[in-house]
Design a protein around this ligand. Structure first.
Ligand code: NAD
Length: 240
């Protein structure tokens, strides 16, 4: 049996599939990842991206943070691709329990996924650091420079910046899902951003599939490795 047939058969046999993904899931929607050759880490900025999108940089230099963030992290016209759609379909069919994502773009929800655990938050939620009032993505995009609340406080995206901790409730739910999964599909992630990447160790089954363009340090622990574009892989096995 070839890799695609094995993947298809495992999906058919499974009832509690969990998907764990990263920026590579959205590249086919036109959103650059961080570590591919055309990713953000290979473009030149005054500071490396992990410096700009860190908590200390945000506090020290919010103008520069927001200049980069609005320009490089927000893609309002992006649409879900075949991977997002296939995962939503699997959930609707009762086979997939949850999507655990490191992405902040909201494309899984746009595709129809209901149970999405966003480890790194979302660009679609924004709140005032002073009075906690919520603001939409449009408000942030349309604001000039640093978005401000009507109370005078600074509006911050509900996105986990480098140096910030992950939400405990989201982690606990993700751990539960991984422990109870009968199949784990990992895709579009370099698996180098911790603690998120280490979470896949909670899966103890024998159907772990890794779908990624570049090799990862976890290829050797996967039961099946498919090197390819995740949207194309899902399209081939499940259709559009
Ligand atoms: P990463 O950039 O470190 O790695 C992406 C991986 O996906 C690479 O290994 C690459 O080979 C692979 N890839 C790219 N396109 C692919 C495709 N079409 N099919 C299969 N594989 C593909 O991304 P990461 O591991 O998610 O870590 C980066 C961090 O940056 C995350 O925390 C994430 O929150 C954030 N980020 C999010 C977005 C987004 O929300 N869309 C975009 C950029 C970065």
């Amino acid at each position: 049996m070839n890799e695609m047939e094995t993947l298809k058969q495992w999906i058919e046999e499974s009832k509690r599939i969990v998907f764990f993904g990263g920026a590579g899931v959205s590249t086919e929607s036109g959103i650059p990842d961080f570590r591919s050759v055309d990713g953000l880490y290979n473009q030149k900025y005054a500071y490396p991206p992990e410096t700009i999108i860190s908590h200390s940089f945000y506090k020290r230099n919010p103008e520069e943070f927001y200049r980069f963030y609005k320009d490089r992290m927000i893609y309002q016209d992006a649409e879900p691709n075949a991977a997002h759609k296939a995962l939503a379909k699997l959930e609707e069919e009762g086979k997939l329990c949850s999507v655990i994502t490191q992405n902040i773009d909201g494309l899984h929800q746009m595709a129809g996924s209901k149970k999405v655990l966003e480890l790194h938050g979302s660009i679609h939620r924004n709140y005032c650091e002073k009075c906690r009032k919520f603001y939409s993505l449009d408000y942030v995009v349309q604001s000039k420079g640093v978005p401000k609340c009507e109370c005078g406080g600074t509006v911050k995206p509900d996105v986990v910046l480098y140096e910030e901790g992950l939400d405990t409730d989201t982690i606990n739910q993700a751990v539960y899902e991984l422990k109870h999964a009968d199949m784990l599909i990992v895709g579009g992630t370099s698996l180098v951003v911790y603690p998120a990447a280490g979470m896949i160790d909670y899966y103890k089954g024998n159907k772990m599939v890794l779908i990624n363009l570049a090799p990862t340090s976890r290829d050797n622990m996967a039961d099946l490795v498919i090197k390819g574009k995740i949207g194309e892989v899902f399209e081939e096995i499940l259709g559009k």
